[in-house]
Design a protein around this ligand. Structure first.
Ligand code: H2U
Ligand code: ZN
Length: 355
């Protein structure tokens, strides 16, 4: 009889309407987590050669101010600029054929956000007040950038660690504001809109209620946020951090919810770091309501943590072969990944339990 813990199957990701192959039968292979020595990663509190440490010169000659809290600035090497030449490409093979060469000029603003002047810390090592500062800065950037008439989406994200391509070890993230909905967001937008239209509730409210009832994939939770390895996770230790109240954006959070978020961010990132006794690399980012002024009741605030590590601090999962050409595949079940992450949870992490 089929048992999803033991037998191969596909799982459906309702957020982006995509399937993933799960192969638990391959998990007989040895598990090395928490056994390899952690990579040496000692850093000074201030590094005179770091472009992002307070008071230093950046790569392009601008000076980073002597900031004391959070500091955000326009990326010196922005991938998207606010005022590019406008225009489009729309070409067809023949008059009756649909266009095959399609391009549109797009506008954007790319910002860098330094979480702390301390070169040696990370988001998970900040004290609650400093973490609150980061959350408030994310919310303020969302409000300010989203208020620009052409900005339809604001996406705060972080690439942590060299393995994820972070260009600088100083704790920082980025924010891209765009005149368009990025593809991944557009897929979530469509799914959440359909779900709200058919049930009157947000997709993630219903999903959260099911996860809280089952208690199989929850990593940690408090009164305001829940971190879960989603049923449809692609990356081995992927998590979804979901607001309990179905708010659309970080800027909608009440002060006590911001405190709850600060506490759970600390617990979750701490969990990751303790799992392999390393600064766990990841890409993380916030999905929140578009800022195009349209009704957004279908949007439910959440963050994705997408870490590439598989069995130890040095063994990473690559998306290759079948996954690039067919669809994603995983061996470790999301239930087992959640269990392993829970073992790395501090027993009395403040305001946070596996409930
Ligand atoms: P990562 O988050 O991938 O590490 O990127 C950091 C960004 O910081 C990167 O996009 C920018 C880079 O362009 N940056 C500056 O704007 N000025 C600098 O002096 C160094 C890095
Ligand atoms: Zn630095």
């Amino acid at each position: 009889m089929f048992n999803s813990h033991h037998h191969q199957h596909r799982r459906y990701n309702p957020l982006i309407d995509q399937w993933i192959v799960v192969s638990p039968q391959r998990m007989q292979r040895p598990w090395l987590g928490q056994q390899e020595p952690a990579p040496i990663d000692q850093r000074p509190a201030y590094d005179a050669h770091c472009f992002l440490c307070p008071g230093n010169l950046r790569a392009d000659g601008k000076r980073t101010p002597a900031y004391t809290g959070v500091w955000a600035f326009d990326n010196d090497y922005a991938a998207l600029l606010p005022d590019p030449p406008q225009g489009e490409v729309l070409e067809r093979a023949s008059a009756e054929a649909p266009p095959l060469l399609v391009a549109q000029a797009e506008r954007g603003i790319c910002r860098v956000i330094c979480y702390t002047p301390r070169h040696d810390l990370g988001l998970g090592q900040l004290d609650p007040a400093a973490l609150r500062g980061v959350i408030e800065a994310w919310a303020a950037e969302y409000r300010t950038l989203g208020a620009l008439d052409w900005v339809r989406y604001v996406l705060p994200f972080e690439n942590r660690g060299a393995m994820m391509g972070a260009s600088n070890p100083h704790p920082h993230g980025q924010l891209w504001a765009t005149g368009f909905l990025p593809g991944e967001v557009a897929r979530e937008d469509a799914s959440q809109r359909r779900y709200l239209a058919s049930t009157g509730r947000t997709l993630l409210s219903d999903y959260l209620a099911m996860e809280l009832e089952r208690q199989e994939r929850i990593v940690c939770a408090n009164a305001h946020f829940v971190a879960v390895v989603p049923f449809w996770a692609t990356w081995p230790f992927e998590t979804l951090l979901i607001a309990r109240r179905p708010v659309g954006a970080l800027s909608d959070l009440h002060p006590d919810e911001q405190d709850g978020l600060a506490a759970i961010l600390k617990s979750l990132i701490g969990c990751y770091d303790r799992l392999f006794q390393a600064r766990f690399p990841y890409s993380m980012g916030w999905h929140q309501a578009p800022t195009d002024g349209l009704p957004q009741a279908h949007w439910h605030l959440h963050a994705h943590f997408l870490p590439p590590l598989l069995r130890s601090a040095t063994v990473r999962k690559f998306m290759v072969g079948y996954e690039l050409l067919g669809e994603p595949q995983r061996d470790l079940t999301p239930e087992e990944a959640a269990r392993r992450l829970r073992t790395a949870l501090l027993p009395h992490a403040e305001g946070t339990s596996a409930q």
